[in-house]
Design a protein around this ligand. Structure first.
Ligand SMILES: [Zn+2]
Length: 346
């Protein structure tokens, strides 16, 4: 996004202002309850920046920002995605926003700026849980014959139950011992476009017996090729067809996708670190930390996503622990606690 903005800034004129575009004051409500953006910005004393090539508008609050696009009804405010009742439009020489923009974007962002970020704009509601492997794909096999696919399915269900108890909606990529391809798993994520988080559960295995503990992965920043991988682009199209976004040009979709990507990167790494800490603590095992990788399910999903390796099946002690329901429950509770903290659900 930064790189894009820099290029855009070089290529075009960027008008920096604090709502000083000349607008007749009697023009407040133009049509269909569209409101000129500069009037609202004036009311809230918000500085904004308009890039007339990319058609992105950035509103700068004290400690957060909102990005909107002309032609799109999706706004990214403080890292959250908000879908407005109508797209942002150009009316003559000015930008107009739908009437719910004030209540849903300006007021919360303004409050957030004045209360050190305590207010959340969008409620966290849905988690997608992915138990790794399944069916003929057993995953790792322990010396005692235990299959990774069975352990992770059990932990995934325990995690789902724990979150459901706190009012979170859960969808599973698989709920029984069936094979689901990686492509289908990521497509499943795009079909649930309003989900807040994707959590994939796996168990580790090493050639040697020594390593043990929890490690959690988030997506390593993607290069140009991976950003345009065909599965990722197909999932992007699918996801955009599911969100109530006004049909826009490919450029608009790419910019929204860029915004989603920045949001995903920032939140996923933060959450990965939290999960590693809390889960290792709850399950009394080693915190092997948060890492970045380009696993298929991480790079081909557009929402925040983490992959949790819940322990080493190759370590004799951890292999025994992973067999017990008590240990699996502790792991599920550690992951759940981290997600609830992240979602700010007390
Ligand atoms: Zn696995």
């Amino acid at each position: 996004m930064k790189k894009f903005l820099m290029l855009a800034a070089l290529a075009c004129t960027v008008i920096l202002g604090a709502c000083q575009t000349a607008v007749p004051p009697n023009n407040y409500v133009i049509q269909n309850q569209n409101v000129p953006l500069n009037h609202l910005c004036e009311k809230y004393h918000v500085a904004w920046m308009w890039d007339n090539i990319s058609e992105i508008v950035i509103l700068n609050f004290k400690n957060t920002e909102a990005r909107l696009l002309v032609g799109s009804d999706v706004v990214m405010a403080g890292g959250q995605q908000i879908v407005l009742s109508r797209p942002v439009e150009m009316m003559g020489s000015q930008i107009v926003v739908p009437s719910d923009f004030e209540r849903r974007v300006l007021e919360p962002s303004f409050q957030k700026s004045n209360s050190a970020g305590i207010t959340e704009e969008r409620k966290f509601t849905t988690v997608l849980i992915d138990a790794g492997h399944g069916g003929h794909d057993t995953g790792a096999i322990a010396r005692n014959g235990m299959h990774e696919k069975d352990i992770v399915l059990d932990v995934a269900k325990r995690l789902g139950e724990k979150l459901e108890q706190r009012g979170i909606k859960i969808f599973y990529t698989r709920k029984n011992d069936t094979f689901v391809s990686l492509e289908d798993r990521t497509e499943f994520v795009s079909r649930h476009a309003d989900a807040d988080l994707f959590v994939s559960v796996h168990a580790n295995s090493a050639r040697v017996r020594g390593p043990y503990g929890i490690e959690v992965y988030s997506l390593r920043p993607l290069d140009y090729e991976s950003l345009h991988e065909s599965k990722r682009e197909a999932n992007q199209d699918l996801m955009f067809s599911k969100i109530p976004m006004a049909p826009g040009s490919r450029d608009v979709e790419n910019i929204v996708s860029d915004m989603l990507y920045s949001h995903k990167q920032r939140d996923s790494f933060y959450l990965a670190r939290k999960i590693a800490q809390n889960t290792a603590y709850m399950a009394r095992t080693k915190n092997r930390g948060a890492h970045e990788a380009r696993f298929f399910v991480l790079r081909n999903t557009l929402i925040p996503a983490v992959l949790v390796e819940i322990g080493f099946m190759s370590n004799p002690k951890e292999e025994q622990l992973l067999e017990t329901t008590n240990h699996r429950q502790q792991i599920a509770e550690g992951i759940a606690k981290s997600i609830l903290d992240y979602a700010r659900i007390k």
